[in-house]
Structure formats: structure tokens, C-alpha cells
Ligand binder design. Structure first.
Ligand code: NAD
Length: 276
């Protein structure tokens, strides 16, 4: 299966569907990243805090897939915010991954109470200028945080990775990103598999299209322009989640799904989350 790419604001191509590895142990990451690559995924989303950059890196190496066909994202953890500590945090991630560059480097959370994200981003810009990240961006940034970066730094973030699924559609952030040529990347795209996939409306659409609820939800993300990074450790679901390029939701289906937004987050609120 071949996944289409989106062009980021600096021209770098990012696969629109990738594989997320949150809550996967390092050894298991070696196994499931290998399975994902086998199934056709080429984009992998990890983070320093996930503790599985080493296993992920070993799977990438073992796959034998050319580096320029892979798209590797990792993220700076909160405890490393600040200019010098960001440079050190990045070095540590690169070493664990066994790579000489990543494709996308993100600041994991804004931590507005610490007020370090501008300095942190300036270090990320340095990493970008040195060619050690092909694209840079942020995660969990609210429009107000992005406004500050746009005003006080030089490189417009290529991506903002945020919680987004049919029950939490993030209309305001998506519109802001579109205005500034920032790609919206959806985390917990399947609503963490809790509840969303049992929704009767989604089940009805799935039956109509002869696909599964997870496939309908992923198709929705792709058609509204999101990058999507579903996670699974089950081989059949890893394959199922990439098998979403042989059907199309029509306007009525999209309107039906638009109606499922409840405005309720599953994860923390970026305005207040300050875990280090
Ligand atoms: P997800 O929405 O991808 O859901 C994953 C869960 O859904 C699985 O554990 C499984 O229980 C279930 N599932 C997966 N495929 C299924 C299928 N085909 N049928 C039925 N159930 C299925 O949740 P996630 O892992 O939270 O998010 C995906 C990725 O997003 C993460 O792995 C991580 O890479 C990223 N993420 C980033 C942040 C951030 O702060 N930047 C936060 C959370 C997640």
C-alpha cells in the first residue's frame, strides 16, 4: 500500500498517514515498527518521553529500507525545554534513534506556565539550520502560542500535532493552521480506541462502505486534510489502519461525521498542562 504525501511549508513531503508508538515498550517497538514498515507505513511518530526511540531506530535499521524513503518524527520532552537543554535533548534522541537526522522535530508541549517555548523553538531552529531536522514544528500548541512563535521567531512551524478525532474536531486550530500554512497532524486519531469506534453513526457508515469504524475515522482525517498517526500493536489492525485508500466518504458522510463533535478532550489541556 502506497500512502500519499502532503507538501509541508518548506517543500518537504510528509506521508499523510504514519504509525504512532506511544505506550509501546522499547522491545515491542522494535517488533511493531517492523510490522508497520512491512505493511507499508514509512512514517513513524515517536518521542523522547515514549522511551522507545532505540527500539524504533533498531527496527528502521533492520528493515533495510532506504533512509530517504522513511519519515521519522520525534519530540523534545518538557523537562528539556530551554535553549541549551533542547540541543542536548535532540542529540540524545538522535543517538537513540541511530540516525544523523530526523525528518520532523517537534516541541512536545508548550508549557505556557514555564514560558520557555520561544527559547526552545530558537534551539529547534538551530537544529533545522544545521540540517539535522528536515522540518520542524510543535505539538499541543494553541493558536495563542503559535501567534507568539510567529511574532518572535523566523521559521514558521511546518506542523502542529494536536489531539483531534471526530469527537474533538478542533475547528479553531485547524482554521488557524490553514491560514498560516501549518499542517494539522492528529494525535489519538481513533479517540484512543475508547468509545469513538463503537459510535453507532460511525458503525453505520462503516457498514455502508464495507470498511471498519477505524477505517472510516481515518478516511475522514485524510479527506479533511490532516496527517494521521494511528497506533496499534495488533498486526491485523496495523494492516487495517493503512488500508484506507480504496474508498471515499461523500459530502453527506462528511457532514454526518462533522456532527459528532462534542468538544471534549481525552488528553490534557495545553493551556495548563505542565508535567515535567
Ligand atoms: P489512537 O487514537 O491511535 O488509538 C490507539 C488505540 O486504538 C489502540 O491502542 C487500540 O486500542 C485501538 N485501535 C487501534 N487500531 C484499531 C482498529 N483498527 N480497530 C479497533 N481498535 C483499534 O491513540 P494514540 O496512541 O493515543 O494516538 C496515536 C499516536 O499519536 C500515538 O501513538 C503517538 O504517536 C501520538 N500521540 C501524541 C501525543 C502528543 O502529545 N503529541 C499524545 C498522544 C498520542
Amino acid at each position: 500500500i502506497k500512502v500519499p504525501s502532503l507538501a509541508l511549508n518548506n517543500g518537504i513531503a510528509m506521508p499523510q498517514l504514519g504509525f504512532g508508538v506511544w505506550q509501546v515498550e522499547d522491545d515491542q517497538a522494535f517488533t511493531v515498527v517492523g510490522q508497520a514498515l512491512e505493511a507499508g507505513y514509512r512514517s513513524i511518530d515517536t518521542a523522547a518521553i515514549y522511551g522507545n526511540e532505540a527500539g524504533t531506530g533498531r527496527a528502521l535499521a533492520a528493515s533495510g529500507i532506504a533512509r530517504d524513503e522513511l519519515f521519522v518524527t520525534t519530540k523534545l520532552w518538557n523537562s528539556e525545554q530551554g535553549y541549551d537543554s533542547t540541543l542536548r535533548g535532540f542529540d540524545a534522541s538522535l543517538t537513540k534513534l541511530g540516525l544523523d537526522h530526523v525528518d520532523l522535530y517537534l516541541i512536545h508541549w508548550p508549557l505556557p506556565s514555564k514560558d520557555l517555548y520561544v527559547d526552545t523553538y530558537k534551539a529547534v531552529e538551530k537544529i533545522y539550520a544545521d540540517g539535522r531536522a528536515k522540518a520542524i514544528g510543535v505539538s499541543n500548541f494553541l493558536p495563542a502560542h503559535l501567534e507568539r512563535l510567529l511574532g518572535e521567531t523566523s521559521v514558521v512551524p511546518a506542523v502542529n500535532q494536536i489531539e483531534l478525532h471526530p469527537q474533538f474536531q478542533q475547528a479553531e486550530s485547524r482554521a488557524f493552521h490553514a491560514r498560516h500554512h501549518i499542517v494539522t497532524e492528529a494525535w489519538s486519531p481513533l479517540g484512543q480506541g475508547r468509545g469513538l469506534l463503537e459510535d453507532p453513526t460511525i458503525a453505520r457508515l462503516a457498514a455502508q462502505h464495507g470498511k471498519t469504524p477505524a477505517q472510516v475515522v481515518l478516511r475522514w482525517h485524510l479527506q479533511i486534510g490532516n496527517v494521521v498517526i494511528p497506533k496499534s500493536v495488533t498486526p491485523s489492525r496495523i494492516a487495517e489502519n493503512i488500508d484506507v485508500f480504496d474508498f471515499t466518504l461523500d459530502d453527506a458522510d462528511l457532514a454526518t461525521l462533522a456532527g459528532l463533535d462534542s468538544g471534549n478532550r481525552l488528553g490534557p489541556d495545553p493551556a495548563t498542562f505542565d508535567m515535567a
